[in-house]
Design a protein around this ligand. Structure first.
Ligand code: HEM
Length: 509
């Protein structure tokens, strides 16, 4: 705070604040420094210079280990349809109720400076500041994912990042993993269709992917999956357009989002829920905790319940977007995670990475702070900046009374018993069914099957021969003709086995 009780960063442009060192001491000239005479060494007593350099040296925090490149904005969620028959969540309690939120969209594999138009899934994260705490939706723009065994996540991500020796993106690593973990094929079909290169963040959908539970105070619940459909219409780049944009404007998605909100052209999404009762879930064709499968909409229809609109740009990117910290474990009364093992692992991983990236008090950073939180047993630690609960006792004291709100767990459909087992899912013929469904959908859209074949072959042709062959077999299991087409198109582009380039690439592995 400064003398007139204003946080130092809130001076308006029309005001003329006194320039100071970080301790508030006025400084005559921000560019001048202290030295002995006009040619002599510097003086250690020059706090302004030393402090400026030392602060600069520490400007970077670790980038997110995945989803490093992103953009975001503020907005609101409005309930449009009554869902109180299936939900007791306060935020959804009344038609017309509005809840403020912050959103962040991202690519997954690239570094913080990587191009927005890269072929990649997109992150779709929302933090709702509800009256009962922050509720985060840490979603993607695809309804499914590459895996259903959580141990595979770090291993899979490594193959999509850089080769540990060459520090290059590596097509053999990429396809070697995918062709030996074929439960990923449904997501690969999404990624290598033009859906893998959205035109902008405004023109893509968001999906929970995971199954959650919406619970009622009587202990009953329904399983749910949430979809956000863009009101701007889905729009994608083709491979050439995405490549061109990557070089001409690598920050295109970031710019598009900022500019449209600046102009008042506020993007919005219609929000739907799919529901299954526990009894329906038991009879469902696919395991509802399997993240590689969708719930077909013809079997489980979408029910609209809200509108999400982005309407305000941030004042400061680092403070509000780089420091925003989402977690699937940031839940509110009335919503519970399902037993999906990938979701369960994510409940741990996000707060863990936030403590590493932002520090133990990451929930105190203004963009992360809930409307009201009271937990005086969490004290101290680096950057305790919110008053640290003042004189409140740091233990359950008979002198400090609190209100304890009852939050009822769900009923006995989920009473778990069993021996500890070492589990790993198996790939079966069921894993190719929805992938084939998507191939057929692409066939109904002009040119989309051709684009898919072109997108895969351009990438796969740089992989080693045996990896290429295994990948053709994988696509043949989806559809015989698809496998043959990819093999033909890829082999036309692949370097001759004796060529220097192929030899070098093989020698590297
Ligand atoms: C076991 C599986 C997974 C693990 C361990 C994992 C872990 C992580 C980690 C460590 C981050 C960086 C967070 C940060 O530094 O702020 C992250 C970001 C993210 N993840 Fe995951 N993830 C997993 C699966 C998924 C899935 C299945 C989805 C989508 C359905 C997803 C969506 C996201 C999104 C949207 C972000 C970016 C959040 C932001 O905008 O700050 N992740 N993930």
């Amino acid at each position: 705070m400064v003398a007139d009780d204003k946080p130092a960063s809130t001076f308006k442009y029309s005001e003329k604040p006194v320039y100071t060192a970080s301790n508030g001491c006025p400084v005559e000239n921000p560019e001048a420094f202290q030295r002995v005479g006009n040619n002599g060494p510097l003086l250690l007593q020059d706090f302004h210079l030393i402090d400026l350099l030392a602060h600069f040296d520490r400007e970077r925090i670790p980038e997110r280990v995945v989803h490093a490149k992103g953009a975001g904005a503020y907005g609101e969620f409005e309930v449009t349809h009554d869902v109180t028959d299936i939900s007791s969540i306060d935020m959804l309690g009344k038609v017309g109720k509005k809840t403020p939120l912050v959103a962040r969209f991202s690519t997954v594999g690239g570094e913080k400076g990587s191009p927005d138009s890269a072929r990649d899934p997109r992150g779709f994260s929302l933090k709702f500041y509800t009256d009962e705490g922050n509720w985060d939706w840490v979603y993607n723009n695809t309804p499914i994912f590459f895996l259903r065994d959580p141990t595979k996540f770090p291993l899979f991500i490594h193959t999509q990042k850089r080769n540990p020796q060459t520090n290059l993106k590596d097509a053999t690593m990429f396809w070697d993993y995918l062709s030996t973990h074929q439960e990923a094929v449904h997501q690969v079909m999404h990624l290598f269709s033009d859906r893998g290169t959205p035109y902008s963040y405004r023109h893509m959908n968001g999906y929970s992917g995971h199954t959650h539970k919406w619970t009622k105070p009587d202990g009953t619940f329904v399983y749910v999956q949430v979809h956000l459909k863009t009101d701007q219409g889905s729009k994608t780049f083709d491979n050439d357009e995405a490549g061109k944009m990557a070089s001409e404007n690598p920050d295109w998605h970031t710019q598009d989002l900022f500019d449209s909100i600046s102009k008042g052209d506020n993007p919005s999404w219609t929000v739907y829920v799919q529901t299954l009762t526990p009894e329906q879930a038991e009879k469902f064709r696919w395991n509802i905790f399997d993240l590689t499968k969708v719930w077909p909409q013809k079997d489980v229809p979408l029910r609209p319940f809200g509108k999400m609109t982005l309407n305000k740009n941030v004042e400061n990117y680092f403070a509000e977007i780089e420091q925003v910290a989402f977690s699937p474990s940031h839940l509110v009364p009335g919503v519970e995670p399902s037993a999906d093992p990938v979701l369960q692992s994510r409940l741990f991983s996000y707060p863990d990475t936030h403590r590493h990236r932002l520090g133990v008090n990451y929930q105190q950073i203004p963009v992360n702070a809930p409307l009201r939180a009271f937990n005086p047993y969490q004290r101290d630690g680096a950057m305790a900046v919110n008053g640290n609960y003042g004189a409140n006792p740091n233990y359950p004291s008979s002198y400090r009374h609190m209100t304890y709100k009852q939050v009822k767990p769900t009923n006995d459909h989920e009473k778990w018993t069993g021996a500890a087992v070492l589990f790993l899912s198996e790939v079966t013929s069921e894993d190719y069914v929805q992938a084939k469904g998507l191939w057929d959908v692409l066939g109904q859209q002009q040119g989309q099957q051709d684009n898919f074949v072109g997108n895969v072959s351009g990438h796969l042709s740089a992989a080693k021969e045996d990896t290429r062959k295994r990948t053709y077999e994988m696509f043949s299991r989806v559809d015989k003709e698809l496998g043959a087409r990819i093999a033909e198109a890829t082999e036309k582009l692949a370097p001759a086995p004796t060529s220097q380039a192929a030899g070098n690439a093989q020698a590297r592995l």
